[in-house]
Design a protein. Structure first.
Length: 261
């Protein structure tokens, strides 16, 4: 089976994807198969994800896929047969039927016009109850965003940020997934969300003496009060994430407008 896709830059770093890994729930399956799609020039984030999944639920099989044969060969030293493996593969998922796919910092390097087609290809190769993540993160993982999908459609958009280093939520715009980064313009829902979040953050400035986690919580409370479909429960609104339903941010124009339904 010929791998589908093109070779990307492959940059990675220790703990770059830790915020996503904390957010992701392991598959609810007796023998879960998980794929790290496009693990990059070094398998470090695949190894870290494997370790985190094992601590959460025990037995899990993680397979890292890369379209670059040299990267696959380099990663073989990190193999644990039957548990953590590395193979040649792309958006076709190498013929596997995984329960969970993580595709971070992959589609950011593709044209916006190709994203919906790639989403469909990945979804078609998931297990019947599978899901996948398409997202982007900063080089050190302090700012990230991702879209969670099931086999039929996008489900949610999540932002994650290191509140200790963030000065303004405006930094989130720089790390939007490819499906949304060109839609951060007036008239588009994601622009309205980011504008509302920035306004809520400023509105909650009097509470900064209580720390950024409390100010973030109050900002999310403000968004929810304004009608935004915030998915975090009140108890989880201090963690530096913001999750909303996809329908609230789906593009109104451009090649991704078809995903709004």
């Amino acid at each position: 089976m010929r791998p589908r896709g093109v070779i990307t830059r492959g940059t990675t770093a220790h703990n770059r994807l830790r915020r996503l890994d904390r957010w992701l729930k392991p598959p609810n399956h007796p023998q879960p198969l998980v794929v790290d799609l496009g693990f990059g020039a070094d398998p470090v984030t695949t190894v870290e994800w494997y370790d985190r999944l094992w601590k959460q639920r025990g037995a899990v099989r993680v397979i890292g896929l890369e379209i670059d044969p040299q990267r696959v060969a380099y990663a073989q030293s990190a193999t644990i047969p039957g548990k953590r493996e590395f193979r040649l593969g792309g958006f076709e998922l190498a013929g596997l039927k995984p329960h969970l796919v993580r595709a971070m910092n992959v589609l950011r390097q593709y044209p916006e016009s190709e994203v919906a087609q790639v989403w469909r290809l990945i979804a078609a190769n998931l297990a019947p109850d599978g899901r996948f993540i398409d997202g982007t993160s900063s080089e050190l993982g302090r700012v990230a965003s991702w879209i969670s999908h099931d086999t039929r459609r996008p489900v949610t958009l999540t932002f994650a940020v290191d509140l200790r280093t963030m000065t303004t939520p405006a930094v989130l715009a720089e790390r939007l997934p490819k499906a949304l980064i060109h839609r951060n313009i007036p008239g588009e829902p994601v622009h309205e969300l980011l504008t509302a979040l920035e306004s809520a953050w400023r509105h909650c400035a009097p509470y900064r003496a209580f720390g950024p986690r409390d100010r973030w919580r109050r900002s999310l409370d403000t968004l929810a009060g304004a009608g935004w479909p915030v998915r975090e429960t009140p108890a989880r609104r201090r963690d530096g994430t913001l999750t909303v339903t996809w329908s609230a941010v789906a593009p109104r124009s451009g090649p991704m407008a078809e995903t709004a339904g």
